[in-house]
Design a protein around this ligand. Structure first.
Ligand SMILES: O=C(O)c1cc(=O)[nH]c(=O)n1[C@@H]1O[C@H](COP(=O)(O)O)[C@@H](O)[C@H]1O
Length: 236
């Protein structure tokens, strides 16, 4: 199956002005924007709505709580209208299925319903980090375990690193939306990311979306950095 891998720019900032400036500078140089907990906690939901108006929004709040709390939290997203939103797969089957039901109730029109993405193992974790929290499985084994559980429970897609795309596709097929952070163009700093790959590698492995933050937002020219990644994706 041929898929076009699309670029999500992660606008991790506490400044509404900065986020607005990036969004207007990018134009069509990115396919979607991501606003996460840094922006939402600092600037609030009204700012999320204003900054994302007219754009495809990935609202990344990574909910992880008891099923009832997660379900009610998601129901209140009806006024924001993201295209994608996140919960942690480690919340388990009941949390994920209640999350899905909540989105179905809050967005009765399936075409306007946000896709529910389950975060598997954060791309900032490696085997040592997993072992520290009592998980003896490798990152790949743990991503597969959580990914299968999440899709069975009703998630529409998964957040994983590019290293796990091939085994996830083998296990789950083409349908789940795979959203891939931990992306670093060749030669850029890895920062706090541990499981990283380049845009080309992620596209060739079959990512639906890549999520890129600092390599764009901290570049001397964020628009040029975004454009270079789009060009890399187009020729991958
Ligand atoms: O859910 C995410 O988007 C996410 C999951 C994950 O495992 N790793 C990860 O880095 N992210 C997000 O992807 C973005 C990556 O940012 P950079 O490391 O600056 O490119 C950040 O906004 C993270 O919150």
């Amino acid at each position: 199956m041929t898929r076009r891998t699309r670029l999500i720019a992660a606008l991790d900032t506490q400044s509404r002005d900065q986020a607005e400036a990036w969004v207007s500078a990018f134009g069509s140089d990115v396919d979607a924007i991501k606003l996460g907990l840094e922006f939402t906690y600092s600037c609030g939901f009204d700012a999320v709505k204003t900054v994302s108006a007219g754009r495809t929004l990935f609202l990344d709040l990574k909910l992880h709580d008891i099923p009832n709390t997660v379900a009610h939290g998601l129901k209140s997203l009806a006024h924001v209208q993201p295209a994608l939103t996140t919960i942690h797969a480690a919340g388990g089957t009941e949390m994920i299925s209640r999350a899905k039901e909540a989105l179905q109730e809050a967005f009765p029109d399936a075409l306007r319903r946000p896709k529910l993405l389950a975060v598997t193992v954060l791309t900032s974790m490696d085997a040592a980090g997993l072992s520290e929290i009592g998980v003896s499985a490798s990152p790949q084994e743990q991503v597969l375990r959580l990914g299968k559980l999440a899709i069975r429970a009703g998630a529409d897609g998964l957040v994983c690193s590019a290293k796990e795309i091939a085994p996830l596709r083998d296990a789950l097929g083409d349908a789940p939306e795979l959203v891939v952070p931990g992306i670093r163009p060749a030669g850029s700093a890895s920062d706090d990311q541990k499981r990283i790959m380049t845009p080309t590698e992620a596209a060739q492995a079959g990512a639906d979306w890549i999520v890129v933050g600092r390599p764009i937002t901290r570049a001397a020219n964020p628009v040029h950095a975004a454009r270079a990644i789009m060009e890399e994706l187009a020729t991958a």
